[in-house]
Each structure stands twice: as structure tokens, then as C-alpha cells.
Design a protein around this ligand. Structure first.
Ligand SMILES: [Zn+2]
Length: 504
């Protein structure tokens, strides 16, 4: 079943091929303009479309119905059909892994290449898969043919290990580097397939399949096929778990928490416990990196960042986003990446994301106005007077100090200061200050980890105690805010347009 599904949905046109856009465009241009090269080198990880595009290219070049300036094969003529079935004489596929010797190259490639194509108007196409497996003498024999290629002969050499291919061969070929297929593209293709197959598969399972296949569409289709074959039209989590390698999210979470609180013994015990239980450490590491990255992104971007995880994990990720300092997260991810040699199997953008975080770690976002910094001496002197007797009711202190709190948040963000003008402290409990706002819009603006962290820091500084912040809509806003403002009537704050600015 898995293999069937894979073959069944092999793309028949360039348009259907997932990913590899620049390669597709170049090949299509060459076909349409009739200016193809004599030798191509397709380089890239397995399952990224090398042989699929090689066959498609061969089919299109030889298609009897293809018109000039067109690049798609008709897939209906005799030649197209025979190539699809793998029995067209002018398209010769050789697996170099099982034909490594020079004799094979002489017999199957060199001798055959001297015979003109069966289809007089077409090309004889040799597709040599895993070409790096050829022996040295086999490469030398092949090189001679590549140096003086007979007319109407095209070589497509495919490899997953370019470093094993001699430079002399590489320099004779037009080289294409195939990239891993992005997760979103894989999900899109899988979604099409389940529609054709009339099967229901929940989105998060498709996402998990895409994640597990690490950019290899063939693996993704194969996993999907296995999942579908177990179901009767509807795939459940339980069925999927029989096929998909299980994620050890609980263990990932335990390790992350141990690292956050700097508990080395828990961290190491956790790792060794997993090894004893036979957990796949490769998968575990990928999960750990993914998890840490989600925490980092959620903390940096806020609720607008869509977490692509099951509900219980999202809760944990949000909690870590509150507690895990950004600098530590970034450092941890960097350390893990340095220790591993699996960088290329990872999320492409992660190194750049880490670079952004590291560069901006100690920087406050710049405002166009208000960039003047307060001299440090004054600030320190001021801080001493800020300490407030802890016996005074906290909520009263908050009310009294609200204008100062607003003022202190200005360098961070003007809009936050303005938002504080329309909000008020509602209650305090165990070091958590609940701030009430009137509108959902204000809630969204303020209920972001970085905003709350900053606000908590300001509150803690001003009131001289360790405080955390929660934001909520105050159902009794109008009345409460009137009372609050009454206590702050001295305040004549500038009125900023709270709807104009975005709190970052
Ligand atoms: Zn055709």
C-alpha cells in the first residue's frame, strides 16, 4: 500500500511537482526552447524529486504531442505511456549502486549511447541514479563519453553524495541542487492525496507526518499510505500512533524545565532514563529543538504566533515562554546545534532566527522620539527613593505609583504607556498583579510575553518587590476605572492615541 500510494501520486507534469521551483523553471525553459544540455547533475537529499524530475524531463523531451515552445508532456501518446511504464527504449535508467563496475558502464552506457535514438526526433536519455557509487575506472569511462557526447544523447546523473563524484565529471554537467521540501508544501500535497483517496486525516496528523519525513516527500507519502491502510476511511490519533514514531513530549518538557531551573541531575537522569527505555534519541533531539524554538518564537512574537502543537503542549510552551529567559533559550539552542552534526536536517531558518535574537538581546526597541537616556547616577538615586514599605497595601501602592509606572514604560514603548492610562490594577495575589482593561483589543496588545515581562520589571522596580503581571478584561471596567482615576486626579497625562500604536 505505501509504495502503491507513492507511485500512484507521482507527478505527471512539471506543474504537479512539489517544490524545486528554480530547477523546474530552468528545465522547462530548456525543453521549450529546444536548448537542453548534454549532461545534468541532480544533487540533493533522497526523496526530493530527483528521479521524478529526470523521468518527467525525459518524457517531455520525447513526447510525440508536445508542441514547440511547450514544456509539459501530453502523458497520452505511446512514448509518454511507455516511459511512464518504464519500457521505452530511449530512456535508460541505471542504478549505479548495483552497477558499479567499468564493464557495466561500457556495456550499458557507452555502447548503447553510440546507437541513435529509436525516436528519430527525440533524445536518448540515460538516468544514472546514485552515480557516486561508480568505481574510479567506471567514472573515467563515463568521462570520455561526457567529453564527446554523441548527438541526441542526454545524461542525467543523480546523487545524494556529491563529494564522492569526481570534479572532472561535475564540471561537465549542468548542476542542480535539490532542496528539502518545506513542511507546508508536503502538507499541501498530502491534503490533495487524502482528498483523492476520500480519507479523513486530521490536520495535526498530516503535520506530524510532514515533520517526521524531514523534507522527504517520498517518506511522507509512504507514512501517509501506512496510516491510511490501517484505517477505514477515517484516521484517528490511536491508529496514527501505530505508524508514526511516538514523540516523547513529556520527556522533552521535563528536560526543558530541568535546564530552565538549572537542575543538572534531573536533566542527566532524564536523558539516561530515556536511553534505557530505548527512546530514539535522534527523534528526541529533533523534538527538543522544535520545542525550544516554539518557546523562543512565542516569547518573541506573542499570541499572534500560531503554535502548531496539540493543546496540552501549547499550555506548557506558553508557560515556558513566560519563565525561560530569551538569552538562555537562544544560548541553549546554539549549544545543542553546535554539539550536533544534524544541522541540515533542521529548520532552515533556525540559525538566522538565533542570530536575530542574539544580536538584539540587550537592545531595547528604538522609538523615533524619546531616545534620550536618563543619566545613570540620577536613575540610581531615584531607585533608592522608590523602595516602598512592604506593609503598605500593594494595590494602594500601585494606584499611587501608576503615573510613575506609566512614565517608566515610555522608553520601552509609548503605546504601552498610553494603554496603562486606560487600564488599572484590579487585584494582587501572591506577587501577581492583575491589570484590568476595557477592550479585547487592549487585551491583545498587552497580553504578550515580552510586554508583560517588561511591565513586571517596571512594577518590580518601582515597588521594590518581585511582581508578575496578568492582563484581563475588567467586566466592571467603567465603575472601577472611575474610582481609580479619582485616586489619581492629580495626574494630567498626555493623551496618546492608544489605537494608533502597536505595542511591540
Ligand atoms: Zn506524449
Amino acid at each position: 500500500m505505501p509504495e502503491v500510494l507513492y507511485r500512484k501520486y507521482r507527478p505527471m507534469t512539471f506543474k504537479e511537482v512539489v517544490g524545486q521551483k528554480p530547477i523546474k523553471l530552468t528545465l522547462q525553459n530548456e525543453i521549450a526552447s529546444g536548448k537542453s544540455a548534454h549532461a545534468y547533475l541532480f544533487v540533493g537529499p533522497r526523496g526530493t524529486g530527483k528521479t521524478t524530475l529526470a523521468r518527467l524531463f525525459a518524457r517531455s523531451l520525447n513526447c510525440l504531442n508536445r508542441k514547440e515552445n511547450e514544456s509539459e508532456p501530453c502523458n497520452e501518446c505511446d512514448v509518454c505511456r511507455q516511459i511512464t511504464q518504464g519500457n521505452f527504449m530511449d530512456v535508460i535508467e541505471i542504478d549505479a549502486a548495483s552497477h558499479t563496475g567499468v564493464d557495466n558502464v561500457r556495456e550499458n552506457i557507452i555502447a548503447s549511447s553510440q546507437v541513435p535514438p529509436f525516436n528519430k526526433k527525440g533524445y536518448k536519455v540515460f538516468v544514472i541514479d546514485e552515480v557516486h557509487m561508480l568505481s574510479k575506472s567506471a567514472f573515467n569511462a563515463l568521462l570520455k563519453t561526457l567529453e564527446e557526447p554523441p548527438k541526441h544523447i542526454i545524461f542525467i546523473l543523480a546523487t545524494t553524495e556529491i563529494h564522492k563524484v569526481p570534479e572532472t565529471i561535475i564540471s561537465r554537467c549542468q548542476r542542480f541542487d535539490f532542496k528539502k521540501i518545506p513542511q507546508a508544501d508536503i502538507v499541501k500535497r498530502l491534503t490533495e492525496i487524502i482528498e483523492w483517496e476520500k480519507v479523513t486525516v486530521p490536520d495535526h496528523i498530516l503535520g506530524e507526518i510532514a515533520r517526521r519525513s524531514e523534507g522527504c516527500l517520498r517518506d511522507a507519502k509512504s507514512l501517509l499510505g501506512q496510516v491510511i491502510s490501517l484505517s477505514q476511511g477515517k484516521v484517528t490519533d490511536e491508529l496514527a500512533s501505530l505508524v508514526l514514531p511516538t514523540s516523547n513530549w513529556q520527556e522533552v518538557d521535563t528536560l526543558v524545565e530541568a535546564l530552565r531551573v538549572a537542575n543538572l541531575s534531573t536533566a542527566l537522569n532524564q536523558l539516561n532514563k530515556m536511553v534505557n527505555e530505548g527512546v530514539d534519541l535522534h527523534n528526541f533531539t529533533l523534538d527538543l529543538i522544535d520545542y525550544l524554538r516554539q518557546i523562543l518564537l512565542y516569547q518573541s512574537i506573542g499570541p499572534s504566533f500560531a503554535l502548531d502543537f496539540p493543546e496540552n503542549l501549547i499550555t506548557s510552551i506558553k508557560k515556558h515562554a513566560q519563565d525561560f529567559p530569551l538569552a538562555d533559550l537562544s544560548r541553549l539552542l546554539n549549544i545543542i546545534l553546535e554539539k550536533l552534526t544534524i544541522k541540515e536536517t533542521l529548520i532552515d531558518q533556525l540559525p538566522l532566527e538565533l542570530a536575530c535574537v542574539e544580536f538584539l538581546l540587550d537592545k531595547e526597541p528604538m522609538q523615533e522620539k524619546d531616545q534620550k537616556s536618563v543619566p545613570e547616577v540620577t536613575e540610581n538615586a531615584e531607585k533608592k527613593t522608590k523602595k516602598i514599605d512592604s506593609n503598605i497595601n500593594l494595590i494602594e501602592s500601585l494606584q499611587t505609583n501608576w503615573p510613575k509606572i506609566r512614565e517608566e514604560t515610555k522608553p520601552f514603548n509609548h503605546s504601552l504607556s498610553a494603554l496603562l492610562q486606560t487600564s488599572h490594577p484590579v487585584s494582587t495575589d501572591n506577587g501577581i498583579v492583575v491589570i484590568g482593561v476595557e477592550y479585547d483589543f487592549h487585551l491583545q496588545q498587552m497580553d504578550k510575553p515580552n510586554v508583560k515581562n517588561h511591565l513586571a520589571k517596571v512594577l518590580s522596580d518601582v515597588l521594590g518587590q518581585n511582581l508578575r503581571v496578568e492582563i484581563q478584561i475588567d467586566d466592571n471596567y467603567t465603575e472601577n476605572h472611575q474610582t481609580f482615576k479619582g485616586k489619581n486626579d492629580k495626574e494630567v497625562g498626555e493623551i496618546l492615541d492608544t489605537f494608533g500604536g502597536e505595542v511591540v
